[in-house]
Design a protein around this ligand. Structure first.
Ligand code: COA
Length: 445
C-alpha cells in the first residue's frame, strides 16, 4: 500500500510581534508571569498592514512550491482551513491560487479548491480530505496543497486578547511523503457545544473557562475512540504528542490528563503507587464529587513525580516552543506544534525516522481528533529548510499604542489606513479592495 502523508511544511508568521509580559501585561495591570508561567506565552504574532490570511497563506505556499520545485500542474487540490474568512461564498483558496498564478507559469484551473470550517480542527480535516482523495486514487499523481491560515483576534478587553496570534502553515500532502506517513488509526470526540463561536461576527463569543473543559472532554473521548482502533496507548509509544495549542498552559493540562489515562493499569502506575498511591477508580467512591476530589488530589501528586516530569519534558514540552513566541494560530496551531517537535529533534540530534507521533487536534463547537503518524526518512532535510526561527526573530516589536492601531487595522468593521511597519520583500501583499468589494493582492519583488 502506498504511503500517504506530509511531504513538506512551510510556516509563515505575521510580521509583527506583541511582547506579552513586557508590553501587554503592564498596560493591563497584570503580573507578567500570568503570561510566561500561567498561559505559557512570551509573545503574539500580528499581521502587518499589508498582510492578511491570504498573503500569509500564499507566502507560505509560495515558499513551499519554490523549495520543492513544484509547478501548478503538480497540485490537484488546494484546501484552505480558516476561521478568519472574510467572505461567506468565495473561498480563500481561490485568492491564494490567484496570488500563486501571478508568479508561476501555468495555472490551477484543474485543481479542486475549497475551504474547510470547524474552528481549529479544520486544518487537520483538510489533511484528511487530501489523504482520502489520494488513497481513493483520484489524484492522477498530483499532490494536495493544504493551507491553515488565521488571524486570531479577540475583541479588545476580552480575556482571549491574551492569546491572540496570526500566521499560516502550508503543507503538501503526497504519495511517498518525505516527512510523515499518516496512519489509518484515528479517533474522534465530537459533540454539539457552545464554548467558542462567531455567529457572523469577526471576533469570537467565547466562554474561555468552559472552552478549556470542553477541549479536555472531547480530547479524552477522541483518545478512547483512537484506542478502540489501536489498542491501549502507553507513554512510551510516541516520541512526541503535538496537541492543538491555543496557549501552552492548555497543553500542560491535556498532557497531564493524557499521561494519567495512558499509565492506568500499567507497570508505571504500579511503580508510582508507593509514592502517590493508585489512581482512584470511580466504583470505590459513593458519590461523583468525592471521586472527582480524589482524582484532583492524585493529579496534583502525579504532576510532581519524576516520571511524569521526564515524560512531559521529552514528549510534550518540545511541541510548545514556536507557540510560546507566536500565540494562537487557530487552524495552524497543532501543525506548528508538530513542527516545533521535529525542529527540537533536529537541534538535539535525535533520529526520528520510523518513530511515531500522536497528534491531538481540537476545534471548538466542538470536535477533537487524534491520529498516529510515522516519521519518514526525509524529515531532517525538510525541517532544516525551514526559516521559522529567523522569521520569529525578525518581527517588528510593537508598542502598546501601535498594537491597538494594528488591531483596528484588521478589524473588518473599521477602515483604518496605517503605515507598514516592515518592508515587503519577495512576498504577496494586500493592495486594497476592488469594485465588488473583493480583496486584491500583488507580488512585491
Ligand atoms: N503567575 C503564575 N501563573 C499565573 C499568574 C501568575 N502571576 N496569574 C495567573 N496565572 C495562571 C492562572 O492560575 C491560570 O492557570 P491555571 O488555569 O492552571 O490555574 C492561567 O495563568 C490563566 O490565568 P486566568 O486568570 O485563568 O486567565 P484569564 O481569566 O485571563 O483566562 C483564558 C484565560 C484561557 C480562559 C482566556 O485567555 C481565554 O478566554 N482564551 C480564549 C479561549 C481559549 O483559548 N480556550 C482554550 C480552548 S480552545
Amino acid at each position: 500500500m502506498t504511503a500517504v502523508g506530509i511531504d513538506a511544511i512551510e510556516i509563515w508568521t505575521g510580521k509583527l510581534k506583541l511582547d506579552l509580559p513586557n508590553t501587554f501585561a503592564p498596560e493591563k495591570g497584570e503580573d507578567p508571569e500570568k503570561y510566561t508561567k500561567g498561559l505559557g506565552l512570551n509573545a503574539s504574532s500580528f499581521p502587518d498592514a499589508h498582510e492578511d490570511i491570504v498573503t500569509m497563506g500564499a507566502n507560505a505556499a509560495h515558499r513551499l512550491m519554490d523549495r520543492k520545485g513544484l509547478t501548478p500542474d503538480d497540485i490537484g487540490r488546494i484546501d484552505v482551513a480558516t476561521e478568519s474568512a472574510f467572505d461567506n461564498s468565495k473561498p480563500v483558496s481561490t485568492y491564494i491560487a490567484g496570488c500563486l498564478e501571478q508568479v508561476y507559469d501555468g495555472d490551477f484551473h484543474h485543481a479542486n479548491k475549497g475551504e474547510r470550517k470547524f474552528a481549529c480542527v479544520a486544518g487537520t480535516q483538510a489533511i484528511d480530505d487530501a489523504y482520502n482523495w489520494i488513497k481513493a486514487g483520484r489524484n492522477r499523481g498530483r499532490s494536495a496543497l493544504v493551507v491553515a491560515t488565521d488571524t486570531a483576534l479577540y475583541a479588545r478587553g476580552d480575556p482571549g486578547e491574551a492569546t491572540q496570534g496570526a500566521g499560516a502553515v502550508a503543507m503538501l500532502i503526497s504519495e511517498d511523503p518525505s516527512v510523515l506517513e499518516l496512519s489509518t488509526e484515528q479517533g474522534y470526540g465530537s459533540a454539539d457545544e457552545t464554548d467558542f463561536l462567531k455567529p457572523n461576527q469577526q471576533f469570537p463569543s467565547v466562554d474561555g473557562k468552559r472552552s478549556m473543559q470542553v477541549y479536555l472532554a472531547r480530547m479524552r473521548e477522541a483518545v478512547e475512540d483512537f484506542e478502540s482502533v489501536s489498542g491501549d496507548t502507553h507513554p512510551d509509544d510516541f516520541e512526541y504528542i503535538p496537541f492543538h495549542t491555543p496557549f501552552p498552559g492548555m497543553v500542560r493540562k491535556a498532557g497531564l490528563l493524557g499521561y494519567r489515562h495512558m499509565i492506568r493499569d500499567t507497570t508505571v502506575e504500579e511503580e508510582l503507587a508507593d509514592e502517590i498511591g493508585f489512581q482512584p477508580r470511580e466504583d470505590e467512591f459513593e458519590d461523583r464529587e468525592a471521586y472527582e476530589e480524589a482524582i484532583r488530589d492524585y493529579m496534583d501528586k502525579l504532576k510532581e513525580t519524576d516520571q511524569y516530569r521526564e515524560w512531559y519534558g521529552n514528549t510534550i514540552d518540545p511541541t510548545l516552543s514556536i507557540s510560546r513566541e507566536v500565540g494562537n494560530w487557530y487552524t495552524g496551531s497543532v501543525h506548528i506544534a508538530r513542527a516545533s517537535a521535529l525542529r527540537h529533534a533536529l537541534n538535539e540530534g535525535i533520529d526520528l525516522t520510523g518513530k511515531r507521533l500522536l497528534v491531538g487536534s481540537y476545534g471548538s463547537g466542538a470536535q477533537a481528533e487524534v491520529h498516529a503518524e510515522t516519521v519518514q526518512d526525509g524529515w531532517k532535510d525538510e525541517i532544516e529548510a525551514s526559516n521559522i526561527d529567523a522569521q520569529i526573530e525578525d518581527r517588528y516589536d510593537l508598542s502598546f499604542e501601535e498594537y491597538e492601531k494594528v488591531h483596528d487595522r484588521h478589524n473588518h468593521d473599521k477602515t483604518i489606513e496605517i503605515e507598514d511597519f516592515t518592508v515587503p520583500d519577495g512576498e504577496f501583499v494586500f493592495t486594497g479592495r476592488g469594485r465588488m468589494n473583493e480583496r486584491m493582492y500583488d507580488f512585491v519583488e
